[in-house]
Design a protein around this ligand. Sequence first.
Ligand code: BEZ
Ligand code: FE
Length: 314
Amino acid sequence: MSDDAPDPAAGPAHPPSSELFSEERSADVVAASFAATPDPRLRQVMTSLVRHLHDFVKDVELTEREWAAAIEFLTATGQACTSTRQEFILLSDVLGASMLVETLNNRAGGGLTESTVEGPFHMVASPRRELGADIAEDGKGVPCLVTGSVAGPDGRPVPDATVDVWQANDEGFYDVQQPGVQPDLNLRGLFTADGEGRFWFRSIVPRHYPIPQDGPVGRLLEATARHANRPAHIHFEVSAPGYRTVTTHLFVAGTPFIDSDAVFGVKPSLVREFPTVDDPERAAAAGLPNPFRTVNFDVVLRPDTETGTADREA
Ligand code: BEZ
Ligand code: FE
């Protein structure tokens, strides 16, 4: 084989561009190299990515030192990932990319319950519990009765829906962040709604908390004078056969950081008052000390048959 014969092992060359790389035409030349991508979606994504990346580099006139720092940052982000920590998702969260992808793919409207980020603390399966159970295994915190229902958009109840909940404690920590301090599986529960789609359980009012700050994402927040806090919330994942699962939160009205969530997860439709009830009879009926707080969350699921999303796989 002569020196200038193409090496078959190298795979097909990208389509020849009519031009060589230049500052002015950089995006066109590089985008053209993807023109023969067989998967049309991959071609569209790569072409757009190249155009936006080149625009960005030109917009800020990126220096070589800055590009090296960016690569170092992304390398550190990857190196911080373990089987229980996903620093890239955290990066996506603080850049608002998680919320944007999630919002584009779960357009709600029409009374459907809006979704929000899942977050990294759903890493253990919630324990199955009976309706009415207390998920606050250590009994610490301000007691709260959580009630709600699951229905379709026509208002008809969804019997036997699965309601998975997890939340931080009154100091702003999940059980997995405090092994040996909180009981395992504290403040988690997997419930089955009753025949009329209703669910209820006992818990405590969660506290706001900071996302993990001891890695590259924390350093980014610090360098950009951003705080790391999330407003107080309870996570819900509600599913039922024939419906799309909704992953969402219930936010505590009036919680600190409700207007500046570090991961942009707040949607006004998900904020609820947690009023205090001072009624010994109701407290006794609920199995809670008096007074106690209450919150109600009525969930409306999207039938599987409706897409209403940007999902291309359907
Ligand atoms: C959470 O709510 O658990 C969470 C979401 C995104 C990043 C960190 C935590
Ligand atoms: Fe959370």
